[in-house]
Design a protein. Structure first.
Length: 95
C-alpha cells in the first residue's frame, strides 16, 4: 500500500464524507463506552460489560481496517472520531 493513500483522499468531495463517517463511528464508540462504564460499575454486569468492551473495540478496529484496505484516508476518519469524542464527553461533562 502506498503511504500517500493514508493521508490524501482520492477526491476533494470525499473529505467531508470521511470526517462524517469517522464522527459516526466515534459517536457509536463513545456512547457504547458510556454504557460499558455503567455496566462495569454494577456488581452484576461484569460479563455483559466485558462482552461489550470486546465488541466495541473489535468493531472499531474492524471498521478502521476495512477503511484502510479500501484506500480511505485514516487521518480524516480519525479527525471525525476525535470530534465525536469531544461532543460526547462534553455532553457528559467530562474533559
Amino acid at each position: 500500500m502506498n503511504a500517500s493513500v493514508l493521508f490524501l483522499p482520492s477526491s476533494i468531495p470525499q473529505i467531508p464524507l470521511l470526517i462524517v463517517a469517522g464522527a459516526l463511528l466515534g459517536w457509536a464508540y463513545f456512547r457504547a463506552l458510556r454504557w460499558n462504564t455503567r455496566l462495569f460499575l454494577k456488581n452484576d454486569g461484569l460479563w455483559r460489560a466485558l462482552v461489550l468492551l470486546v465488541a466495541r473495540t473489535s468493531l472499531t478496529v474492524l471498521v478502521l481496517y476495512v477503511c484502510a484496505r479500501h484506500g480511505l484516508s485514516l487521518p480524516l476518519i480519525l479527525l471525525g472520531f476525535v470530534m465525536a469524542r469531544y461532543v460526547v464527553m462534553r455532553k457528559e461533562k467530562i474533559t
